[in-house]
Design a protein around this ligand. Structure first.
Ligand SMILES: NC(=O)c1ccc[n+]([C@@H]2O[C@H](COP(=O)([O-])OP(=O)(O)OC[C@H]3O[C@@H](n4cnc5c(N)ncnc54)[C@H](OP(=O)(O)O)[C@@H]3O)[C@@H](O)[C@H]2O)c1
Length: 264
């Protein structure tokens, strides 16, 4: 049984994905009664308002609450033996060592998914604590493969991962918003500017599966043409440096957020 503690956005994406592919035995613990009813009626999963009950009947426990809630959750489980359970945390900035100490189990896996998981196009980076069996890792891979692509990386890369793929959808959306506003400034109506920018993003992202960014830039640019004129502004304003700064700020913040749980 896969148990989710917290039935919010990310848990819902995972439930949707798992029901399509991996194990269908899903249990969700969620304090909000209306939300429990929604998950039960939409996805046919069992729900409870009791985290202890969930832990008792789940082999894999996915912690899908906000990072600030982890400490209270650890307190709630202080009298419970979780050493035979696999704890999977998707909470941003909570390290494997903090999780091991908080939940007193060695079997901890940290995952950073991202919001395109909501449309089953997610990118999840998985870092498993040492000593976890290949069978357990396979099960976790199956869960996260059901919402998109997966990649295994050492935990040391999690801050960079959080910046690029975790926060990435917001940065890319900011750029798209700029394209829409720029289109409106050039006289397009909002709906048209929006349709052009979004379809351009969708098409380009499909093209990127088979072409490098450099190749696409070259394909679109003709000497003395419109693209080159726009790219010159990007180069003159050091847009690449700006993007690097954006990612650096997000990675630094991720490192700062590495929450110190009680007792450490
Ligand atoms: N969204 C993303 O793009 C993203 C990407 C990567 C990682 N993550 C991580 O995923 C985690 C969940 O994010 P989310 O966006 O799904 O958040 P969310 O929508 O706020 O979901 C969290 C859920 O947990 C419930 N909850 C709160 N306290 C609880 C408790 N003690 N026991 C059981 N459930 C409890 C909340 O209920 P109430 O609303 O009633 O409090 C809420 O339904 C976070 O740690 C975040 O860092 C999110």
């Amino acid at each position: 049984m896969i148990g989710f503690i917290g039935g919010g956005n990310m848990a819902e994406a995972l439930i949707k994905g798992i029901r399509g592919t991996a194990s269908k035995d899903i249990y969700v613990s969620e304090p909000n009664e209306q939300r429990r009813l929604y998950l039960k009626t939409t996805y046919g999963v069992d729900t409870t308002g009791n985290n202890m009950e969930l832990a008792a009947s789940s082999d894999i426990i996915v912690i899908a609450v906000k990072p600030q809630v982890i400490s209270a959750l650890a307190d709630e489980f202080s009298g419970t033996d979780l050493s035979k359970k696999t704890i999977v945390s998707i909470a941003a900035g909570v390290s494997i060592s903090n999780l091991r100490q908080a939940f007193r189990t060695e079997t901890v896996i940290r995952v950073m998914p991202n919001t395109p998981a909501l449309v089953l196009k997610g990118m999840s980076v998985i870092s498993a604590a040492e000593g976890i069996s290949p069978e357990t890792i396979d099960k976790i891979d199956a869960i996260f493969s059901s919402i998109g692509e997966i990649l295994h990386l050492p935990e040391a890369h999690m801050d960079a991962v959080t910046a690029v793929s975790g926060s990435g959808p917001a940065f890319i959306s900011f750029f798209v918003q700029g394209m829409i506003e720029g289109g409106i400034a050039l006289g397009l109506d909002g709906q048209t500017a929006s349709a052009l920018a979004i379809q351009t993003l969708a098409g380009t992202s499909e093209l990127l599966a088979s072409h490098s960014p450099e190749a696409i830039i070259k394909m679109v640019s003709s000497p003395g043409g419109t693209t080159v004129a726009g790219l010159k502004v990007m180069q003159d304003r050091d847009a690449a440096g700006l993007i690097a700064d954006v990612l650096r700020a997000a990675a630094i913040r991720s490192a700062e957020l590495n929450i110190k749980l009680k007792g450490q």
